[in-house]
Design a protein. Structure first.
Length: 427
């Protein structure tokens, strides 16, 4: 009696949660991560919406294990033309609330849990060089790309056979390219520049922020300012438009930020030395989708299937929900096999039949999230580019702020919660 085998390519939150959940369901799992052990990951944000919390909860990964740095977001605030427009406390409407989760400690925990599962292993510092292909049980030329994906070839030449390869290796997915699956990208647009403000002099500014996620909008600029999940520093994410000139030095950046903040915050930022500011770390925004997420023996999840804008942290949350649906759909295969006694070919046939169902179940929610992100991004661009609108909102903030706040809250439900029944297994 065969045990289903999976190779998960990519050790980010999506890949690590898929690998751990499949291992717990009785699969033999190998998680392959190209980055060497201890290598820092590029900063991608820490926002976890109620939709992402629900996915982790369903996978038995929430509340997070001890050692994972996380905190409940205090709330949201918007500043326009240096004047506070509105502020909202978390949680909204009695939901699970929005959290900030440190990805480094989360991934370390997930990989540690995976290594403790029987029949599971983690290979770090190993890129995937190629795929194994099979046609009627015989390996075929990878160039011809015919037949079924039957495993991976690592950079060191090792071959790992598998009944399913899961590509969770991000927007530049090698698994996707090797599998001959296409990616349609929207035209390049903005990029996010990440800065970090750390040190004792940052404390008063953190206190003023009060645990909120602050969005600041001014003439041709917008940025977000918030406290890290670990509470050790502030992160500043600057939305950079190609047509807007950028400062060349840290002093210039600090001056621009200060000129967009309310006067009290400007004074607090002025006490932060330049040595306490690091960055920018560039994150070009790439939005797209794979018209097809699967082929026999291969499944794409997360950014490998649908790279998303960073607006409202939808990329991380949708990737976790992809992972949950994949595990819900595939996880029980090992348990069924223990009773039915399927051989390898029967297992692979069952896997291939289930892959289209995973994509079909996920597409409605992904489309919804992309539409809401596009709406939010368009609104941000409008505010940056329309001075009369910013000035009107700022001048009337004591009255208009309440109405804008109510409208903002109404628009948050679906991006926060996801689509109803999106995580309920059905054919």
């Amino acid at each position: 009696m065969a045990v289903p085998r999976a190779v998960v390519v990519g050790g980010g939150p999506c890949g690590a949660s898929v690998a751990l959940s499949l291992a717990r369901a009785g699969w033999a799992v190998t998680l392959v991560e190209a980055a060497p052990p201890g290598a820092p990951r590029p900063y991608r944000g820490e926002g976890l919406m109620p939709s992402g919390v629900a996915a982790l909860e369903a996978m038995g990964l929430w509340p997070p294990p001890e050692g994972v740095r996380h905190r409940l977001l205090g709330g949201w605030a918007v500043v326009v033309e240096r004047r506070p427009l509105f502020s909202v406390e978390e949680p909204l409407g009695g939901d699970r609330g929005c959290w900030l989760v440190d990805q480094e400690s989360l991934l370390a925990c997930l990989r540690g849990e995976l290594e403790r599962e029987g029949g599971a292993r983690v290979l770090e510092g190993q890129a995937v060089r190629g795929l194994l292909w099979a046609n009627g049980g015989e390996r075929a030329s990878a160039v011809e790309r015919r037949g079924r994906v039957a495993g991976v070839v690592l950079a060191d030449g090792r071959e790992l056979e598998a009944d399913l390869v899961v590509g969770c290796d991000g927007r530049d997915s090698r698994a996707r390219r090797l599998g001959g699956l296409e990616l349609t990208l929207e035209p390049p647009g903005e990029e996010v520049l990440w800065f970090r403000l750390a040190g004792p002099e940052v404390g008063p500014l953190e206190g003023w922020l009060g645990g909120r996620f602050l969005t600041v909008v001014g003439p041709g600029l917008s940025f977000a300012l918030f406290q890290e999940a670990g509470g050790e520093a502030l992160r500043l994410g600057w939305v950079a438009e190609a047509s807007v000139e950028r400062p060349r030095e840290t002093a210039g950046w600090k001056e621009v930020w200060a000129g967009a903040l309310p006067r009290e915050a400007e004074a607090l930022l002025g006490r932060v030395p330049l040595a306490a500011i690091s960055g920018p770390q560039r994150f070009p925004v790439r939005v797209g989708w794979a018209p097809r997420w699967h082929r026999p023996g291969l499944l794409l999840l997360g950014d490998a299937a649908h790279p998303m804008s960073p607006v409202r942290a939808q990329g991380l949350n949708m990737a976790l929900r992809d992972a949950l649906v994949a595990v819900q759909t595939l996880g029980a295969l090992a348990e069924r096999n223990s009773g039915e006694g399927m051989d390898i070919e029967a297992i692979r046939a069952r896997v291939d039949a289930l892959l289209p169902l995973i994509e079909r179940r996920r597409l409605p929610e992904i489309r919804m999230s992309r539409e809401r992100q596009a709406e939010e991004a368009a609104l941000g661009a409008l505010l940056r580019q329309r001075g009369w609108l910013r000035r009107t909102l700022a001048a009337t903030a004591p009255w208009s702020g309440w109405a804008v706040r109510q409208r903002w809250i109404q628009r948050q439900h679906r991006p926060r919660e996801g689509l109803a029944n999106a995580l309920i297994l059905s054919d």
